[in-house]
Design a protein around this ligand. Sequence first.
Ligand code: NDP
Length: 293
Amino acid sequence: MPAELLDGIAAARVIRDEVAEAVRVQRARGVVPGLAVVLVGEDPASTVYVRNKGRACEEAGMHSVTIRLAASTTQAELLAVVDQLNTDPAIHGMLVQMPLPAHCNADEVIRRIDPAKDVDGFHPINAGKLIIGERDGFAPCTPAGVMELLRRYQVPTAGAEVVILGRSNIVGKPMASLLVQPGVDATVTICHSRTRNLAQHTRRADILIAAIGRPKFVTSDMVKPGATVIDVGINRVDEPRAKNGYILAGDVDFAAVREVAGRITPVPGGVGPLTIAMLLRSTLVAASRVPAA
Ligand code: NDP
C-alpha cells in the first residue's frame, strides 16, 4: 500500500488560519504584527520566496514591508537598513533573504539583527537558546515546520530513531536540536557528505529527514519499510516540457519511496508551505511579546 501523504498545504492552511485569528487579538490590543523582508539583488528563487512571504503576511492581517536593494548594495548600506528595522516599532520580525551577493558578509548581517526580531532564528543567540531548550527564542522556520507536521499527523517521536541527511545551520542542525528536546525525545543521527555507509544509517530510521539539495537522492532501498520520510529538498530540475523549463524535485525519489514508506511528504506541497506558516507564527509571537502602547 502506498504511503500516507503528509499534506503540507493543508497543515499550513490550518496554521495560517490560527495565526490570522491570533493577529486579530493582537490588533484589538493595538499591536499590528509587522514583518520586514530584505531582498538584496534579484535571485529569481529568492524573489518568488519574498513575494510569497509578503502575500502570506497580508493575508494573515499583518503589516508587511519588503525592502528591495540593488545587488550592488554595500555591506555598510545593508547593515544600516538592518539597524533601522531594529529600531522600527512597527516591525516585530525581520529577515534578510539568503543567499546574499558574494561581496556581503551574511554572518555579520545575521548578527546585526536584534535577536528579539530574528524570526528566521539564525542569530547565534537564538541558535544557542534552541540548543539549551530556552523557549523564548526563535527556531528556524523549516525545521519548526517539520516538527509541526510530525505533531499534526501524530507521528510518534519518543524513542524513535531519526536520521537527518544534511548538517546545515538552517535545516539539519536545528532539526536535530528540536528532535532531542525533552518531550520530543527522539534519538537522532545527523549524516553529511563525509558519512560512511549512508544507507546503513538511513535504513535504521523510523523517521528519515532529507535536507541535502540533491534531487531524488534517497532511493527506496535506503528506506525502512513503514518509515516516515520527510523531504525538505527543493531542487530545480531541467524539464523542457515544463512552462518555466524546470520542475521542482525533492531529495527523495518520491514515486519509488512512496511504495516502501509508511508516510511521506510530497515536493512541492510538503515542508515548503509549512516554512512560511512558521515564519508568520514567529512574527506573531514576536509581536505578542511587545507591551501594548
Ligand atoms: P546546504 O547546501 O546548506 O547543506 C546541504 C547538506 O547536505 C550539507 O550538510 C552536506 O554535507 C549534505 N550533503 C550534500 N551532499 C550529500 C551527500 N551526497 N550525502 C550526504 N550528505 C550530503 O543545504 P540546506 O540545508 O540549505 O538545504 C537543503 C535542501 O533543503 C535544499 O534542497 C534546499 O533547497 C532545501 N530547503 C528547503 C526549504 C523549505 O522551505 N522546504 C528551506 C531551506 C532549504 P556537508 O556539510 O558535508 O557538505
